[in-house]
Design a protein around this ligand. Structure first.
Ligand code: AMP
Length: 176
């Protein structure tokens, strides 16, 4: 990956302190998304890791994982699957609970979204503590999916979220 490209992408991620609550520095990717060259470049980073891997489905996490995941699926010519916060998906679902800083949350996937043996890549904008993506990985595995890798535009390395995803391989492009 070209260093100047990484620098440009990093420069387009805006830090918003104390959002959504005090003490959290929110990584706002909207400046990156609104720049056509940078948006395209960010999709290309995911695509470079996906080429030649015989992927059947891209699974994206609610909601910014949909932005990247659907573009990647379109370009690869494969299906896209949404994993959503509880209560948003209309059909029968499988549910996975995970811990937040305070309390618990739940993610859902349609029961027929991933079928046994399908080769799947999980996509989201950001890996923080790893709770969300670990729940998503569990849903994919429960369905019998072969989870090849979890890919993130941004990784907050100091939170060690990739440990939660073990043994799923993790790829991230902008590390903080
Ligand atoms: P986690 O379960 O802690 O890995 O959180 C990951 C999810 O929360 C991702 O879908 C992110 O979009 C969102 N998220 C967590 N922390 C941040 C942050 N500092 N800035 C932006 N998004 C975040």
């Amino acid at each position: 990956m070209a260093l100047d490209l990484v620098g440009k992408l990093r420069a387009a991620v805006r830090d918003v302190p104390d959002f959504p609550k005090k003490g959290i520095v929110f990584k706002d990717i909207t400046p990156l998304l609104s720049d056509p060259a940078l948006f395209r470049a960010s999709i290309d980073l995911f695509l470079e890791r996906c080429h030649g891997r015989k992927i059947n489905k891209i699974v994206g996490i609610d909601a910014r994982g949909f932005v990247f995941g659907s573009a990647v699926a379109y370009e690869l010519g494969v299906g896209f699957v949404p994993i959503r916060k509880r209560g948003k998906l209309p059909y029968q679902t499988e549910v996975a609970k995970y811990s937040l800083e305070y309390g618990e949350a739940e993610m859902e996937m349609h029961v027929d979204a991933v079928t046994a043996g399908e080769r799947v890549v999980l996509v989201d904008d950001l890996l923080a503590t790893g709770g969300t993506s670990a729940a998503a990985a569990l849903l994919i595995r429960k369905a019998g999916g072969n989870l090849l890798e979890a890919q993130f535009l941004i990784e907050l390395e100091f939170l060690h979220g990739r440990n939660q995803l073990d043994p799923t391989p993790v790829a991230s492009f902008l590390k903080y």
